[in-house]
Design a protein around this ligand. Structure first.
Ligand code: FAD
Length: 500
């Protein structure tokens, strides 16, 4: 194939932009480093997933000035979404404006919520999102309601929802891309952090990639690992994409290049690409790799020794009462959502020294929550490359919001009747909500990309993945990446960029 467009990466950004370009007549080659995940017994085994790290990449990164670590960054067809929790939340309307946080100002996006709203609706349809409007006080305007009813609460969770309501709070159903019957047919487990090897979870492979590959002009090459991009002699375009495919080094020269390797790997590819000034491509602003964000997430186990929690999947409720303010003029704190049901193996992977029977007992009696607070952009929070190695210098920010949310929710959960509330900040090894490293903006001096994710410097280069996000907000990123990917695809079609 001699493609018009090459898309690098088949995750949420890459697969969704491909789906948006399907039927355009453009010949598209998707280069994906990983392979398709095959069904195996390990895919539903918490020991294999959480304790043995069976699905983690055989790769080490380094913390700046510190230790090497094995990152939870997944190179398979569908990318990180193969293991995601399938929460498809919209950023709130306020997230698009500048907002004062405890840790500083979260800057405005280069456009308002209304610009992305129609694309959110289309993304929800593409991922067959299930949910219910009307219960969440922070819910932004939806021009199209959810097409499917929410995934039902299991009995212990229905009770937990009522307990929060009784405190005067506003729990709501998590919008989810999960067909619960199809998922449970593959094994009675939750789906959050489990690899999807069937059809129960709407991830990048099962939803947009499947839609894209129905177009005979779109092809997927797996095992195709992109190393760098080559600049044209005038420096204004990408002349070629260099990659290794099944042991061979090769290159391809399309009209358009869409880089969608994920926030960390896309910035690494740009930084590694040869350039006249030696600081990588699309980087006149010196912002490539900078402003790395990853939510501050706290896991909470609310334990009532008198009641067992026999839920299988659990993850159906969220709470946004503290999203915009902690109350009484307080600053935003963040989003609260259920985790997938934990078991002794999940706990043992995080708390190595506790006796196993204690962990099993705790997991059997806990309702498990995640508290998600916004991480703010900071140029010194950054991805760097050192030869083949990724060096991650994540400077967490806004921890006061995270601490305050932990304090408020611990009190609420005790008031709900859980006398033991245990909390733990999620560590740095899993950059699950990575974003911000190739941000878009109105000014080429401060952002590598324009509002359609096109490089200000290289006319045929787009970066469409979590890297484009100017802020992390405090909701899960996938739906916002997908909505913008559909918006970018529409722009490419209408401007006829694949032909010029
Ligand atoms: C455990 C877990 C749970 C999560 N839960 C949620 C959730 O419930 N809701 C939500 O919104 N988000 C969730 N996320 C985050 C979500 O998965 C990511 O935000 C999303 O997948 C990012 O999309 P992306 O396109 O930026 O990158 P990815 O989806 O990761 O895609 C990047 C792709 O590029 C490929 N690639 C990388 N380097 C190269 C290369 N050199 N050459 C070729 N291909 C390459 C990768 O293999 C991958 O397929 C979760 C993530 C994890 C890990």
């Amino acid at each position: 194939m001699n493609p018009d467009i090459v898309i690098i990466g088949s995750g949420i950004g890459g697969a969704t932009v491909a789906a948006g370009l399907a039927g355009s007549g453009a010949k598209i080659l998707i280069l994906e480093r990983g392979e398709r995940l095959a069904p195996t017994p390990q895919a539903r085994d918490t020991k294999a997933i959480f304790l043995d790290g069976h699905f983690r990449p055989k790769e080490m990164w380094r913390e700046a000035g510190g230790q090497r670590f094995n990152p939870g960054n997944y190179y398979v067809v569908g990318g990180n979404s193969k293991l995601f929790g399938a929460v498809f939340l919209r950023y709130r309307r306020e997230d698009f404006s500048a907002m004062e946080h405890y840790g500083g100002v979260s800057p405005a996006w280069p456009f308002a919520y209304a610009e992305l709203e129609p694309w959110y609706s289309r993304a929800e349809q593409l991922f067959r999102v299930r949910g219910e409007l009307g219960d969440d006080p922070t819910e932004p305007h939806h021009s199209v309601p959810y097409a499917f009813a929410p995934v039902p609460d299991e009995p212990p969770i229905a009770r937990a929802r009522q307990e929060l309501k009784a405190l005067g709070l506003h729990p709501a159903s998590l919008p989810l891309g999960v067909d619960i019957d199809a998922w449970l047919a593959g094994g009675r487990t939750g789906w959050d952090a489990f690899p999807n090897t069937g059809a129960g979870k709407m991830d990048a492979e099962t939803a947009p990639l499947a839609a894209a590959l129905a177009d005979k002009d779109i092809e997927l090459a797996t095992g195709a690992n992109v190393g760098h991009l080559e600049l044209s002699p005038d420096g204004r375009a990408i002349a070629a994409v260099h990659y290794r495919h099944r042991g061979q080094t090769t290159k391809v020269s399309p009209k358009l290049v869409i880089l969608s390797a994920g926030a960390i790997m896309s910035s690494a590819i740009l930084l590694r690409s040869p350039s006249p000034k030696g600081r990588g491509l699309a980087n006149a602003s010196d912002q490539v790799g900078r402003n790395f964000m990853n939510h501050n997430s706290v896991a909470v186990l609310a334990i009532d020794p008198r009641r067992r929690n026999d839920s299988v999947y659990q993850k159906t409720v969220m709470l946004n009462d503290y999203y915009l303010s902690g109350g009484k003029g307080g600053r935003p704190l963040g989003n609260v959502q259920l985790l997938g049901k934990v078991d002794g193996n999940v706990l043992a992977a995080n708390v190595r020294l506790a006796p196993r029977f204690a962990l099993d007992w705790m997991a059997g009696h806990s309702v498990d929550w995640s508290l998600v607070s916004e991480d703010l952009p900071d140029p010194e929070s950054r991805v760097m490359v050192d030869g083949d190695e990724i060096v991650l210098q994540w400077r967490r920010s806004n921890m006061q919001a995270s601490d305050e949310l932990k304090r408020v929710m611990s009190a609420n959960l005790r008031a709900c009747g859980y006398p033991i509330v245990l909390t733990r900040l999620i560590d740095k090894r899993t950059p699950s909500h990575q974003c911000g490293t190739v941000r878009m903006g109105l000014d080429p001096a401060t952002a590598p990309l324009d509002v359609f994710c096109r490089s200000w410097e290289h006319r045929n280069l787009f970066v469409v993945d979590a890297g484009f996000m100017p802020t992390s907000a405090a909701v899960n990123p996938a739906l916002t990446i997908a909505a913008q990917a559909l918006r970018v695809a529409d722009h490419i079609r209408h401007a006829d960029l694949a032909r010029s």
